[in-house]
Design a protein around this ligand. Structure first.
Ligand SMILES: [Mg+2]
Length: 129
C-alpha cells in the first residue's frame, strides 16, 4: 500500500508559512519532501514522482482548483490511487470532512497544528496503511 518503500511527502498549500513549517518538521522526521502552492503544479509533481510519493498533504482551499479536485483526480487514477491523501483544512465542519471522505481522502488534519503533532499523525497514518 501507500507507505511501502516510499519516503516522499508532497505538501500542497497556497500559504507559504504552512508549507515551510510543514516541510521543516517532516525533514526533522527524516522524510523527503516536495512542495507546491497550487493544484495544477501539484498534479504535475504527482505525474513525475508518483513512484516515490507515500503521502500527499493537501490543502482544500486554494485559488484556482481546490484540493478536492486534486483528491478526486488522484483517487480515480489506477496509477496514483494508492498514494495516501491527507486533507489539510482550517475547517473541521462535518460536511467538509465527509466530502473529503466521500472523494477517497485517507485522513485529515485541522490547521493550525503543532509540528510535533503533525509528525506523529503522519507517522500513525503511514503505519496503519
Ligand atoms: Mg489554503
Amino acid at each position: 500500500m501507500g507507505g511501502e518503500g516510499k519516503n516522499t511527502i508532497l505538501i500542497v498549500d497556497d500559504e507559504p508559512d504552512i508549507v515551510n513549517l510543514t516541510e521543516k518538521f517532516l525533514k526533522l522526521g527524516e522524510f523527503d519532501t516536495i512542495t507546491s502552492n497550487n493544484a495544477k503544479e501539484a498534479m504535475k509533481m504527482v505525474e513525475e514522482n508518483y513512484d516515490k510519493i507515500a503521502l500527499i498533504l493537501l490543502d482544500i482551499m486554494m485559488p484556482g482548483r481546490s484540493g478536492y479536485s486534486v483528491l478526486e483526480e488522484i483517487k480515480n487514477n489506477e496509477k496514483y490511487k494508492d498514494i495516501l491523501v491527507v486533507l489539510f483544512t482550517v475547517k473541521s465542519f462535518n460536511e467538509d470532512v465527509q466530502k473529503g471522505k466521500n472523494l477517497g481522502a485517507d485522513d485529515y488534519i485541522v490547521k493550525p497544528f503543532s509540528g510535533k503533532d503533525l509528525l506523529k499523525r503522519i507517522k500513525d497514518i503511514l503505519d496503519r496503511n
